[in-house]
Design a binder for this molecule. Structure first.
Ligand SMILES: [Zn+2]
Length: 168
């Protein structure tokens, strides 16, 4: 089973980025204009209703959350490439990936699958906003559909992206 290389952060500095960008403002609550995620106490949440003891005196500000920003910028943190996928499995794999992404998003509004696409060679490429999501999903796909396949993980420190390849 592949593991992260040494010195590789188990989690990219998403939280640090957030703190730098969002932690120092005077507003109490930030709301993403695009996905309506809300930010308070240094974390992104799905709904403002969950805010403990919400009062009208709280200062609100509209912004763009890091996940939506990443998508707008055409960036990603995790990339899965599925090579040699049998045609008959593709539909099911895409469905599994979509459901996986949905569950991840429900847990954390910043964890998302950005896209699931097929290239000309027939490889399936899945992009995620979060690197561990890519790793978990790739493992799940291998476990479910390609037990005899091969999985390999590489990362780019410069772009802070993680790439997981599964060969069927
Ligand atoms: Zn958003």
């Amino acid at each position: 089973m592949p593991t992260f290389p040494k010195n590789f952060p188990s989690h990219f500095p998403k939280s640090k980025k957030e703190e730098a960008e969002f932690g120092k403002g005077k507003e109490d609550i930030l709301i993403c204009k695009k996905c309506k995620s809300v930010y308070w106490y240094k974390e992104w949440h799905h709904q403002l209703d969950d805010y403990p003891g919400l009062r009208k005196s709280k200062r609100l500000k509209f912004t763009i959350c890091p996940a939506c920003q990443m998508i707008l910028d055409g960036k990603f943190e995790g990339e899965i490439i599925l090579e040699g996928v049998p045609e008959k499995l593709k539909k099911e794999i895409k469905k599994l990936a979509q459901n996986f992404g949905k569950r991840a998003f429900e847990k954390d509004p910043l964890d998302r699958i950005i896209s699931i696409k097929e290239n000309r060679e027939g490889d399936v490429r899945i992009l995620t906003t979060e690197n561990q999501l890519a790793q978990r999903l790739a493992k799940k796909i291998k476990q479910t559909f390609a037990q005899k396949g091969k999985i390999s993980i590489s990362h780019s420190k410069k772009e802070s992206t993680l790439r997981v390849k599964v060969k069927f």
